[in-house]
Ligand binder design. Structure first.
Ligand code: MIC
Ligand code: SF4
Length: 641
């Protein structure tokens, strides 16, 4: 039987396991990336492993999330990252150099290689034909140390693209269309391969917009073929030597094939508060807009911003709208400036922000009270913008500009045509903001500020557990609910005790105190629990607050791995209706945990009501061992592979 692109890369990187769907496979990882909000933890974890130098082909630490520097915390963390990277063989991308995924696409991603990153949008590199996964910091630390990355062998989905996008309809609309079709849960357990003749009409940055938002589908990752378009992009980046061609075999088999005719798409919008709450721009034209933000790892490439500049040229933003532009990288910003496009952007009244994540993660530029904010980003979860009642809509750069000019959500196809943009055949290459590691790391002193606090320790599992259900939540709980980010909280990503005060703040302000008072605790969740970010803080902080187990209808992939790594037992209700017999405040007990893990089934007895619920715990041998010894760090220290 022929192979899909992903199966070919997995086969070439397989350390152990068999590639049958649903079984665990261990993969050799060629490259790793971290960003600063998750990176400090990842390097603290790496340091505890006692390995002097990373063993990957290439590892890099980006600083792009925490760049506001309101106090000493961020700058201290940047110094820690810079020195720990230099010491252990990791490149360091300085603050201001750009958003990790955009810079990685431009400068370091390679077709056919594997990449894991401590950020859920790492699959952006799939736009180049790289097999790239978002992962928790501990998994990245282990991969830096030369260890394998474990995934459950995914199903293979194919999206077959035909036709060609019409003017003003974009790759972002393709992302929103697939979200409309599949929903935020529809990609769970699958790798999405994009193929068909329509692929040839999409540039690498457009492909990367699509693979980026595969994260919103819950997909394990997304990937495009590597073809002549990939080669031209790499050559223009001075990296022609990194090219290899990749395509699936003609007789490759897929679990599901979805057809999208690019010519039939129209501009789409994801309405508050979920990326799959999709409507046409045309149906929303009565919505008045307060703010428009263009940027993020989804839509901040040179191609995107040249189009933005062309649409803004000679026009002025509506007086009621505040427009921000965050270029994805220093390369994008410099090239915009060199060709004069930046002048057109600024002349329109737009506000230029740093080449960083910025408003996407609530680091500044929060909307006004109940304000409508149109963003070219990938997530519009409740509260993420920093304004609790903010109404965030996700759109393409074209829809963003059209709406910024009129002051209402506007279908850009109703705007007049703009002058065609010219993409350069060579990009401006300047890697001076990427610092290579020291040749001899032993001479480098790692600088730690007072914001870096000790790592919390998980407890090994005994054979029984009696604990209170300290919180019950509904479906689609995101990591932004569990461990919010934003300007006030994000600077404390290396300080779990401080962060713990904000755990589940969006749902229930009393949760942290209640959990601490209860001692051992259990959380009851609905379906797709933990969707969104890769932040392991959404597992480490509950662990610090005494959570031992989460019982849910279903889990998101990266979060469930983070729970196990943090020593928290994830249990899936065998019958989702049993969710009703578990209430907040109930005393729950689990017995014969070890045998239950091995058998894949554990019964939860509700001591308060006398009822019981059957749960599934589909754990590999390795995952059982990790939980029994109190998390991945303990497991690795005890010699586990
Ligand atoms: C996000 O988009 O939510 C983030 C911030 O990039 C996260 C990582 C984090 O929480 O630090 C992600 O997507 O993994
Ligand atoms: Fe940064 Fe936003 Fe992309 Fe996350 S989704 S990496 S916060 S730009």
């Amino acid at each position: 039987m022929g192979k899909t692109i992903a199966q070919k890369i997995i086969a070439a990187h397989l350390i152990s396991g068999d590639m049958t769907t649903g079984s665990e496979v261990a993969l050799r990882i060629d490259q790793t990336l971290t960003q600063d909000a998750t990176g400090t933890m990842a390097y603290l974890e790496f340091e505890t492993m006692g390995i002097p130098r990373v063993k990957t082909e290439f590892s890099i630490a980006y600083v792009d999330h925490n760049t506001l520097q309101c106090g000493f915390e961020n700058a201290d963390d940047h110094r820690y990252l810079q020195t720990v990277a230099a010491k252990h063989g990791v490149h360091f991308s300085r603050p201001g150099n750009g958003i990790c995924h955009q810079v990685h696409l431009e400068r370091f991603g390679k077709p056919g290689k594997t990449l894991i990153g401590s950020d859920s949008h790492t699959p952006t590199a799939g736009g180049l034909g790289m097999l790239a996964f978002g992962a928790g910091g501990m998994d990245v630390a282990v991969a830096m140390g030369g260890g394998a990355y474990y995934i459950t062998m995914p199903k293979m989905f194919k999206v077959n693209l035909t036709g060609k996008l019409n003017p003003f309809v974009t790759a972002k609309d393709v992302s929103l269309e697939i979200l409309r079709i599949l929903s935020v849960k529809g990609g769970v357990g699958a790798i999405i391969e994009w193929g068909g003749p329509g692929v040839k009409t999409l540039t690498v940055p457009e492909r990367a917009t699509i693979t980026n938002m595969g994260a919103e589908l819950g997909a394990t990752t997304s990937i495009f073929p590597s073809d002549e378009i990939t080669e031209a992009f790499l050559k223009a980046q001075g990296r022609g030597a990194d090219f290899t061609a990749l395509e699936s075999d003609a007789d490759a088999e897929y679990d599901r094939i979805i057809d999208i005719d690019l010519s039939s798409l129209q501009p789409l919008v994801a309405c508050p508060h979920s990326p799959d709450n999709v409507a046409t721009a045309e149906s929303l034209t009565a919505t008045k807009v307060d703010q428009v933000c263009i940027g993020s790892c989804t839509n901040s490439s040179l191609q995107d911003l040249l189009k933005v500049a062309a649409m803004l040229k000679g026009k002025t933003v509506a007086p009621s709208v505040s427009l921000s532009i965050s270029p994805g990288s220093r390369q994008v910003l410099t090239m915009l400036s060199e060709c004069g496009a930046l002048t057109d952007i600024l002349a329109s009244g737009a506000r230029l922000l740093e080449c960083a994540c910025g408003p996407c993660i609530g680091m500044g530029f929060s909307p006004n009270s109940a304000g409508v904010s149109l963003r070219t980003f990938n997530r519009n979860f409740h509260g993420r913008s920093g304004t609790k009642d903010g109404q965030v809509y996700l759109v393409s750069p074209e829809t963003a500009v059209a709406s910024a000019l009129t002051g209402y959500i506007t279908d850009p196809t109703t705007m007049e045509a703009y002058a065609p943009i010219q993409m350069p055949t060579t990009f401006r290459i300047d890697d001076s903001a990427v610092l290579p590691p020291a040749e001899d790391g032993s001479t480098v002193e790692v600088l730690r500020g007072p914001n870096i606090k000790e790592f919390p320790k998980a407890k090994p599992f005994a054979d029984t557990l009696t604990a209170t259900a300290v919180l019950k939540v509904g479906d689609n709980i995101t990591t932004d609910h569990i461990m919010p980010a934003g300007a006030k909280i994000l600077p404390y990503r290396s300080n779990i005790p401080h962060l713990s005060q904000f755990c589940f703040e969006v749902c229930d302000k009393e949760f942290p105190e209640r959990a601490k008072a209860a001692g051992d605790g259990i959380i009851i969740g609905g379906s797709n629990y933990g969707q969104g970010s890769s932040r392991e803080h959404a597992a480490l902080v509950p662990m610090y607050l005494g959570i031992r187990c989460v019982i849910a209808k279903s889990f998101a992939r990266i979060h469930v791995a983070n729970l196990i790594n943090a020593g928290i037992l994830p249990l899936t209700l065998e019958n989702p209706n049993d969710y009703e017999i578990l209430s907040q405040g109930d005393k729950l007990s689990l017995s014969d945990i070890k045998a239950g893990m091995a058998a894949g089934k554990i019964t939860v007895v509700n001591e308060t009501t006398g009822k019981s619920a059957a749960t599934l715990c589909n754990l590999s041998d390795r995952q059982q061992k990790i939980l029994l010894c109190g998390g991945l760090l303990n497991y690795t220290k005890e010699g586990g592979q």
